[in-house]
Design a protein around this ligand. Structure first.
Ligand code: AKB
Length: 314
């Protein structure tokens, strides 16, 4: 059977790179990008694109039927910082898109679903170092509450209806092709842009706020590895912990200084500090390692080299 894949939220930070990677693997015509607005030139030129609001069930169903889609990656979401400003919009977007996709899978209109969760599912009562896969989860942010609820629904649809839904709790993601938007971990991307353009950066988190992070190439590889593993390897149908590195703003600034000697960082924490304070410092991802062989390739040094080289030349 021919495989046709739909990416919802294809123009965002993860969606863009995921679409390009999937088009490399399956050919452009087999990977349909969709979003509520058009994306980068590269994304628009390498395969089909549909303007699609995935909160609209009928519109989504129509695209799925038209392209005979069998696999959906639902990457549209409102992230942590923006969601605090628009709680109901965030809840509606994050939950209704998920229900629409899960219901299409339940009705056998698609075979397989990827849905991203986040370290935001954890909260202030969670053990903050090497946070285990199964632990106390009491998120205090709108985004975290939507992701934790989403995890429970994924697990429910798998157990009750046999839906093949797979998920990862992404840490903060660092990439150079597309900017993140509205997250608390966004500082770890902005800092590289400002280091190159202005040799200085004012960070919205405190110097010692340690958070789990990952370079985008690792995140894309993890996503594709999880989606391509045999179903019997997948023991968790809520969402997998995933880790690569952990650092704080002072540590990333130190590494950038090795490449840009005059770089200076200052700190003006804002409302995002309170969000970051409820999230783990580091994640235990041994279950992902054991179940489907996860292993990261990029540490902070390698990520910094990639970010500065690519941003300077692209
Ligand atoms: C955010 O900061 O909101 C996201 C996330 C950790 O899910 N990057």
């Amino acid at each position: 059977m021919q495989k046709y894949i739909l990416i919802i939220g294809a123009c965002g930070q993860i969606g863009t790179e995921l679409t390009l990677a999937l088009r490399q693997m399956h050919g452009g015509a087999h990977v349909i990008a969709s979003d509520i607005r058009e994306g980068s030139e590269n994304l628009m030129e390498t395969g089909p694109f549909e303007i699609l609001d995935a909160t609209d069930y009928d519109a989504l169903e129509e695209v799925i039927a038209y392209y005979e889609i069998n696999e959906v990656y639902l990457m549209a979401a409102m992230l942590s910082a923006t969601a605090e400003k628009f709680p109901m919009r965030a809840w509606n977007l994050n939950m209704n898109t998920l229900f629409n996709v899960l219901n299409l899978a339940k009705d056998k209109k698609i075979d397989k679903v990827f849905w991203p969760s986040s370290i935001a599912v954890f909260g202030p009562n969670t053990p903050e170092n090497s946070t285990p896969q199964n632990t106390i989860m009491e998120p205090t942010t709108v985004y975290g509450i939507s992701k934790q609820s989403g995890e429970r629904w994924c697990n429910y649809y798998h157990n009750k209806y046999g839906v093949d839904v797979r998920s990862i709790r992404y840490p903060g993601l660092i990439s150079w092709k597309t900017m993140p938007g509205g997250g608390t971990t966004d500082y770890a991307v902005e800092i590289y842009h400002k280091a190159l353009s202005e040799q200085k950066y004012t960070c919205f988190l405190e110097a010692d706020t340690e958070l789990p992070m990952m370079f985008m190439d690792d995140a894309i590889r993890a996503t594709l590895e999880l989606m391509n593993t045999e179903p019997e390897n997948i023991k968790i149908r809520s969402s997998y912990n995933l880790a690569a590195m952990s650092f704080n703003p002072a540590q990333i600034a130190e590494i950038i200084k090795k490449y840009i000697k005059d770089f200076e960082i200052s700190y003006e924490p804002d409302f995002r500090q309170a969000i970051a304070d409820t999230w783990p410092n580091s994640i235990d991802d041994s279950q992902a390692q054991n179940d489907w062989g996860w292993k990261p390739k990029f540490d902070l040094e390698k990520t910094t080299e990639e970010m500065l080289n690519n941003l300077a030349t692209n």
